[in-house]
Ligand binder design. Sequence first.
Ligand SMILES: N=CN[C@@H](CCC(=O)O)C(=O)O
Length: 323
Amino acid sequence: MAQFKLYSQGDILSLINQRVGETKLGERVQTVAQLAELEFSTAKFVLLGIPEDIGVRANYGLGGAHTAWQPALKALLNLQQNAYLNGADILVLGEFEIAENHSSDVDALRGSVSEIDALVFPIIQAIVAAGKTPMVIGGGHNNCYPIIKGVSLALQTPVDVLNIDAHADLRNPNEGRHSGNGFSTAIQNGFLDQYRILGLQKNYITEAQQQFISQTKAIKAFYFDDLLAYQQDLQVSAEMLLNGTKQPLGLEIDLDSIGGVLASAGTPSGFSVNQIRQLLLQLRKNFAYLHISEGVYQLSDGRKDETIGKTIAYLVSDFVKSN
Ligand SMILES: N=CN[C@@H](CCC(=O)O)C(=O)O
């Protein structure tokens, strides 16, 4: 159904607009010809894409999450190589080649998501076992599950996660895999321990999820509505929310938490890109991985976000600079 495509230097150079007298990040990033070479690379970070929207459509959402990876990669590779950001710190591994499933049958789509889970976790496990920090660009938020699983298996311990998200993604894990139950599935299978949600929106939390959160000691949420109501400082709120967490700690950014960014469940009211950039630059938690999900260049209804690539590239570059 799908395979992983390792990128060559040639694949990467074809995405760079080179200029005489300057060096783009993509001219310095590393690649490997096989996964086994990962452990010998000097790069700390390993970048990969999961261009799929099957998980979102399996959760009754609008398609298009498969369109963010290429513009994000291109924008990142065309940043300047300089004293602030060194391409050699990043190894661009490649992308999953996932055939589109055009079915509108939710059960069939959920079956495909389970197949994607099975493909993703071993690659993440190999990256982490090689001592590297995965940076994953999705794709639907369903992929948090195989990422958490891969990190957890590599490190042989459950993972803690900070999820910046308007939604809890704690829907019933027994109804079939989709973008709304990645964290509940990870908890159910023992791969996720402490779960923290920053920017959860009261308009989107179901009664059942709200009760589950209040009854579960390992889950805590900081509501976006409370940041607005009490004019709370975002960094202070994030630090408070992270009380009780430990390493390994993963970082998830669902782009539907940011106002005006195109996503299946995009919102006009959420964090700003600069608030999240500031948080990334301030937090310095030595995160075990980064996963940026749900961004869209073109939605299935035709809407486009011409700046999605830059939005994601800035977040990735901030993560590299501060992690
Ligand atoms: N990853 C997003 N999950 C949300 C989607 C909400 C929506 O499509 O409106 C959720 O299941 O709640």
